[in-house]
Ligand binder design. Sequence first.
Ligand code: 8YV
Length: 327
Amino acid sequence: MEGLKRPDVMMPSRGMGVVDDLIAERLPLHRLWLEADPDAWLANWGSRLRALASNGHQFPIDAGFMRRLPQLEIVASFGVGYEHIDAEWAGEHGVVVTHTPGVLDDEVADIAMALTIMTVRRLPQAERFLRAGEWAKSSFPLTASLRGRIMGILGLGRIGKAIARRAERFGLEIVYHGRRAQPDVPYRFYPSLTEMAKACDILMIAAPGGPETRRLVGAEVLGALGPDGVLINIARGTLVDEQALIEALRTGTILAAGFDVYENEPNVPAELIALDNAVLLPHVGSASVKTRRAMAECVVDNLVAWSKGKPPLTPVPETPWRGVWGR
Ligand code: 8YV
């Protein structure tokens, strides 16, 4: 069939501008969201396409979608989290999935620390107080403190470790929970998340999303964290039971929460927005010009390597590169 071996890339949904422009500089790119009839376009092109670029977790690339592209060899995703892609299915069908690890760790860890301090010291509330002209009438109320506190990190991967390094410098003691203990790290491991929540003051969520971690942090963990406890989430909204969180913030079960991610972005529950002890950011962890560009370049580098028959640079563990003949 004409065009069978062309390295055309299809992007199903709009990215952060820079990523589709960068791909288009190097490879023929089809922007599915610009097609008047995406289904008709897929019916025509689906059997010829070998490469997909995903703009991140907003658009699911599930088995049903990939089945429509029988020649598919690579899905290059923008972002480190790839729970929106069925990587197990891809691995079983000889499709390599790549993501953008490493280039955003420090940027996200900076925001994790900023959000921690903002939440514990109530900095957004203090700024609102000044802007509202309240300072002339009274001092801003004293807040909780980071001094002498323990941070429990849920998910001590690359980003979790970058947060731990920063938090240690701020004088916090670090403990962690994850699937398994890591012999090479100096922090105490808790096999039980609830036990860690009991032992720590700040629970930092840095674990991947997806079915395995769905709603790990619910009423039980929030109860264990306790009335002086602070929950910070820079990972995925799906790890938290948002209704249980709202209830815990409302009733003083925990002290405060700082969130950058939500279950149903960009929709944030109105009850959460209404709460004064929640600090809420619009998923900006990696959102600097420099880091988003580095992430986009990583997507392009993976696609270009693949288009030259070379191994993609950053495949996810479920889909090791077996070469174009490994299907
Ligand atoms: C991006 C992220 O904002 O890397 C991730 O997993 O969540 C963020 O850095 C997101 O992927 C963009 O869709």
